[in-house]
Write a protein that binds this ligand. Structure first.
Ligand code: IPE
Ligand code: IPE
Ligand code: MG
Ligand code: MG
Length: 377
């Protein structure tokens, strides 16, 4: 799988073996577990080159240095006098993660002056906001594994997971306040949009077209924060208003491609590349693009018909039926079509960079589009 290994290189390593996974729902994710091992972000080395991005070494060094400072600052910014809160708040942060939103922010800041003092706090705001949503999302999705570790809800129960998520939002808001009212507005409005996406996903299309609904959901729940990450990068590095808008558009569209690729990986990942349990969406009955394409298809071959039958029956909680549907989906025309959709969004994100000056920072952002599209091919 092109890209998969490189993505692992970007990630802070999952703490394989540190956690006792015995109490975690068994599933394909646990067999032969190979968690993300190599840390680039935390050492400040070439985070972007290791992803295979076409990038100037000076840009890479600058972005990587920013990410390394962010990494340290994340830890000190979730401290709490209460040992349980402190432990639970650090739990997922220590478990790893791609730090994709700080990466987008740091890349966007390359368009202006990336050494400005606001860049690191802004990156903390977006990563802490993201982290908080993961605590809540895993409660909603009843997910047992996150970043290769037991989810907070699996470890401490739903109430603690929800409240620790709230605490992380509070930390993000506090840091945003240090950046001024525009940052506070932006963080609050982004969070409101994200929550609307999560709610829309929860209640379903309510009579509207399911594919249009799904695309709106992912724009709201995921692209919103990635767009804001790119916007912060532009705003705080001092680029022109036109360039800020271009960066925001880029973040929004690559954010959609990113979530689409995440949904595809939920189906396609054989083992634990994602640090999550593959097939979770299917088990929870969360319809993602390949499922929606499969349901909307009219192919009459036996496997397409059987797949539609399985998917139409609702959440696939039976292990055998779940495995059958996952196998059929992986080989389906719907999956192929969904991969093409990811590529279309990745190409569109690249086109949105047009108003930005040509040069190595822009080339790195263009290269990231290919990376996202290739991640699932
Ligand atoms: C997971 O986000 C939730 C989505 C919005 C897809 P990431 O894939 O960025 O998760 P981490 O931060 O690397 O764990
Ligand atoms: C996560 O969406 C979106 C947010 C956390 C806002 P998903 O539920 O699809 O993401 P994963 O697969 O659990 O990371
Ligand atoms: Mg989830
Ligand atoms: Mg979810």
């Amino acid at each position: 799988m092109p890209g998969g290994g490189a993505w692992e290189a970007l990630s802070v390593p999952y703490r394989s073996g540190v956690f006792d996974l015995a109490g975690v729902t068994p599933g394909p994710a646990r067999a032969g577990a190979v968690w993300h091992r190599k840390s680039v972000v935390s050492t400040g080395d070439s985070a972007l080159t290791s992803l295979g991005l076409d990038i100037d070494p000076a840009v890479d060094a600058s972005v990587s240095a920013t990410l390394a400072v962010v990494e340290d600052a994340l830890r000190s910014n979730v401290a709490s006098a209460d040992p349980l809160v402190a432990e639970a708040a650090r739990h997922l942060m220590d478990a790893g993660g791609k730090r994709f939103r700080p990466l987008i922010l740091a890349l966007g800041a390359q368009m202006g002056d990336p050494s400005r003092a606001e860049i690191v706090p802004a990156a903390l705001v977006v990563e802490l906001t993201h982290l908080a949503t993961l605590y809540h999302d895993d409660v909603m999705d009843e997910a047992a594994v996150r970043r290769g570790a037991p989810s907070a809800n699996a470890r401490w129960g739903n109430s603690v997971a929800i409240l620790v998520g709230d605490y992380l939002f509070a930390r993000a808001a506090d840091i945003a306040a240090s950046l001024g009212p525009e940052a506070v507005h932006l963080q609050a409005r982004t969070f409101a949009r994200l929550v609307h996406g999560q709610i829309a996903e929860t209640v379903g299309p309510r009579g509207s077209d399911p594919i249009a609904h799904y695309l709106q959901v992912i724009a709201e729940k995921t692209a919103s924060l990635i767009a804001t990450s790119a916007r912060f990068g532009g705003l705080f590095s001092g680029v022109t208003p036109e360039q800020v808008e271009a960066l925001t558009g880029y973040g929004e569209t690559i954010g959609i491609a990113f979530q689409l690729s995440d949904d595809l990986l939920d189906i396609a990942s054989e083992s634990v590349q994602s640090g999550k349990t593959p097939g979770t969406d299917l088990r929870e009955g969360v319809p993602t693009l390949p499922v929606l394409y499969a349901l909307a298809g009219d192919d009459t071959d036996a496997s397409a018909v059987r797949l539609r039958e399985l998917l139409a029956s609702g959440p696939l909680v039976d292990d055998a039926l779940h495995a059958e549907a996952l196998g059929l989906l992986r080989e389906s025309a719907a999956m192929k079509r969904a991969r093409e959709t990811v590529r279309t969004y990745a190409e569109e994100a690249r086109a949105q960079l047009a108003p930005l000056p040509e040069g190595s920072p822009r080339r790195a952002m263009e290269s990231l589009c290919d990376f996202i599209a290739d991640r699932t091919s």
